[in-house]
Design a protein around this ligand. Structure first.
Ligand code: AP5
Ligand code: ZN
Length: 215
C-alpha cells in the first residue's frame, strides 16, 4: 500500500508517518528529511538547498523529484508513505509516472486539516531528536525526562532553523499557492480522504487507520 500524507507545515505528517512505520512496517519517504541530509553534506547543491529551506521557499521540482526517484528505485517493494511530497502539480505527475514504472499505484491520499493558528503553536514548540528523528513538542508532547529522547536516550534534541514565525509565514504561503491545488487534483481522481488534524495525536492515528482499512 502506498499513501500520501498531505497537509501544511506542522499538520502532523511526520508524527503520523513515524507511527505507521512502527505499526505497519511502511517506509517513510520524507523529502524534508532527504533535503536536510543533502544540506548537511556541505556540497554546492546542499548550500543552495539550505538557503531556500531556511527562508521557507520550495526547492526546485527537479532536485526533489530526483531524490524521490533514487529512493523508489532502491526500494521496489512498495509500502511507501510520502511525507511532504508531492508539493506541486509537476511533482504529483512525476510521482504517478515513477510508481507506474515500478508497477505500483497510489492507494490513498490523506489530507490532514489543521487551521493556521494551531500551526504556529505547533511549529514554534517543536523539537526533534537528532539521533533517531523522534518528534516532540514543548506543550503537547514533551520528552518524559527533560532533555533526553524517550526512544533512544540521546541528549541531542534540536530545533529546526526554519521553525520560526517568519519562515513559517513563507512556508504557509507556498503551501496555499503551490501545494493546496493538489487537494482538488486528488479529489478529482477519487483518491482523497480528509482527517481532522486538530485532534489528539492518537485520535488522528485512528482516523488514518480507518482510511487505510478501507483503501
Ligand atoms: P518538511 O520537512 O516537509 O516540512 P513541512 O511540510 O513544513 O512539515 P513539517 O515537518 O514542518 O510538519 P509536519 O506536518 O511533519 O508536522 P510534525 O509531525 O513535525 O519541509 C521543510 C522544507 O523542505 C520546505 O519548507 C521546503 O523548503 C523543503 N521541501 C521539502 N519537501 C519539498 C518538496 N516536495 N518540494 C519542494 N521543497 C520541499 O508536527 C509538528 C509539531 O506538532 C510537533 O512538535 C508535534 O509533536 C506536534 N503535533 C503533531 N501532531 C499533533 C497533534 N495531533 N496534536 C498536537 N500536537 C501535534
Ligand atoms: Zn531519539
Amino acid at each position: 500500500m502506498n499513501i500520501i500524507l498531505l497537509g501544511p507545515p506542522g499538520a502532523g505528517k511526520g508524527t503520523q508517518a513515524r507511527k505507521l512505520v512502527d505499526e505497519r512496517g511502511m517506509i517513510q519517504l520524507s523529502t524534508g528529511d532527504m533535503l536536510r541530509d543533502a544540506r548537511s553534506s556541505g556540497t554546492e547543491m546542499g548550500k543552495r538547498v539550505a538557503e531556500v529551506m531556511d527562508r521557507g521557499g520550495l526547492v526546485t521540482d527537479e532536485i526533489v523529484i530526483g531524490l524521490i526517484k533514487e529512493k523508489l528505485e532502491g526500494e521496489q517493494a512498495g509500502g511507501f508513505i510520502f511525507d511532504g511530497f508531492p508539493r506541486t502539480l509537476a511533482q504529483a505527475d512525476a510521482l504517478a509516472e515513477l510508481l507506474g514504472n515500478l508497477d505500483q499505484k497510489l492507494d490513498a491520499v490523506i489530507e490532514m486539516r489543521v487551521d493556521d493558528t494551531a500551526l504556529v503553536a505547533r511549529i514554534t514548540g517543536r523539537y526533534t531528536c537528532g539521533n533517531c528523528g523522534e518528534v516532540y513538542h514543548d506543550e503537547t508532547r514533551p520528552t518524559k525526562v527533560e532533555g533526553i529522547c524517550d526512544v533512544c536516550g540521546s541528549t541531542n534534541l534540536k530545533r529546526r532553523a526554519d521553525d520560526n514565525e517568519e519562515s513559517l509565514r513563507t512556508r504557509l504561503m507556498e503551501y496555499y499557492k503551490k501545494t493546496s491545488p493538489l487537494i482538488g487534483y486528488f479529489y478529482a481522481k477519487g483518491d482523497l480522504s480528509v482527517v481532522d488534524g486538530l485532534a489528539d495525536i492518537d485520535v488522528v492515528a485512528k482516523s488514518i487507520k480507518a482510511v487505510l482499512d478501507k483503501a
